[in-house]
Design a protein around this ligand. Sequence first.
Ligand SMILES: C[S@@+](CC[C@H](N)C(=O)[O-])C[C@H]1O[C@@H](n2cnc3c(N)ncnc32)[C@H](O)[C@@H]1O
Length: 448
Amino acid sequence: MNRPTPRRLAYDILLRVDRDRAFAEPLIDHALSRNLLQGADRGLLTELVYGVLRRRATLDHLIDVFSSTKAAKLERAVLLLLRLGLYQLFFLDRIPISAAVNETVNLVKVLAPRATGLVNAILRRADRERATVPYPDREVDPAGFIALRYSQPRWIVEQWLGQLGPAEAELLAAAMAEPAPLTVRVNTLRISRDALAARWSAAGIDAEPTHFAPCGLRLRSRLAVPQLPGFQEGLFTVQDESSQLAALFLAPRPGERVLDACAAPGGKATYLAQLMENHGEVFACDSAGQKLRLIEETADRLGITIIHTAQADAASSPLPAADAPFDRILIDAPCSGLGVLRRNPDGKWWKSAADAGQLAATQRAILNHLAPRLAPAGVLLYSTCSTTQEENEAVIADFLSQHGDFMLENLHELFPDFTELFTATGCFRSWPHRDGMDGFFAARLRKR
Ligand SMILES: C[S@@+](CC[C@H](N)C(=O)[O-])C[C@H]1O[C@@H](n2cnc3c(N)ncnc32)[C@H](O)[C@@H]1O
C-alpha cells in the first residue's frame, strides 16, 4: 500500500474544512496520531494546512491573476490543489520550485485528472511572473490592498482601518497573518519561572520571559506541548501573555470567593487560583457543560484544589454559591475572536460583522445578570479577545450608563508598570503588531 504524502493528507484536511466547515486542528491531530508521516513530513503537513488557510485570500487572488477561470468558478478540488501549489511556491522557501509544481501536478493527476494541464500552466506562469503580481492601489483602496496582501476578510480590515488608520491597520493585518507564538504560564505553585526556564535550557529548549506577564515564558523552539519537560508534572500551562494579564488585572487574593463566569477551558480560572496561592474558592462556570472537564483536568494537573466547576448560563441561570456575594467576578465573555485570528485561520473566513452585534447583546446580558452577585466594593473584570469597539468599550459604556453603583477603575493607577498597554480611559488593550500578544481587551469595574 502506498504511504500517504503530507500534501495528500493536507488536501484531504483542506477538503473537510472547505466542504464541511470542519476545524483543522483535530483533523491534523488525528492524521499525526496515525503515525503515517515521519520526521519533517509531520511539520510539513501542519504548515501546509494552516498556511493555506491563513493565506487563502492571497492565494485566491494569485489564482485570479494567473488563471483565465477565476478562483470562485473553479471546481473545489482544482481550487484546493491550486491553493496548495501556490502556497508552496510563494510562502515556503525550503521547498524547491520544481518539487512544489511537480508534486502538486502529481496530485492533480489523481484527484482531478482533467485539470492537469491547467494547474501545471497556472503554477508555471505564477512562478515566472511572481515579481509582478498586481494588488489594488494602497492609496486608492487600502482595504482591498490589505485584505488581499495579508489575507484577511475585507470587512475586518475596514474595521481596523477605522480604529487604527491605514499604516497601523496594515501592520496589524500582517501580524495577524503570521503564526501565533507559543506562550506558557509557569505554575508558580510548583516551580519558579527562572527554574523552569533553566530546566528547559538544559534540555535544549529555548524560551524567554514574557515582557509584561510575571509568570510567562515564550518559546522560541517549536515543540508539541505535551512533550515539553514538566508538562505531566503540572509545571506550566499554555496561555497567551494577554490572557495572563487579564487574569492578573482582576488581582484576586488568597482566601477570597471568586466567580469565573465563562471559564472553559480554564486558562484564567487556574491562574486566578494560582494568584490566590490555592486558598479560597474559585467557582468556574460555563454554559458548555462538556467543556468543564477541560478545566478540571488542567486544575488536577497543576495541583489546584480550590476550583469548583458548574454548568451555568451566565446570562440567565442561577449561579452556584448563591448564599453569599462574590469578592471578585471575571467575565471573560464569549466574543467574535477578532483578536485571535492568527490562532484561528480556518474560522476567520466564517465570521461575519453580524456576529459581533449578536455577541454584544449576550455580553450585555451577562454583565447585567452578574452585577447583583458582586459584593459591595468588589471588583469585576470584563474581558474579550476581540478587537472591536462594539464588544468592548461600547458594552462597558452601556453597562456603566445603567449601573450607577459601578465605576470604571483606571488601570494606569493600579498597574503603573504596564501603562503602555492601557487606553486613555484606563482599559487594557493588546495588539499582536504592537506587543506580540493576541488582540485583547479588559476593563476593571468596582462596585461602590
Ligand atoms: C473566551 S472563552 C473563555 C476562556 C476562558 N476564560 C479561559 O481563559 O480559558 C468563552 C467561554 O464562554 C462560554 N460561554 C458562551 N456563552 C456563555 C454563557 N451565556 N454563559 C456562560 N458561558 C458562556 C463558552 O463556552 C466559552 O467557553
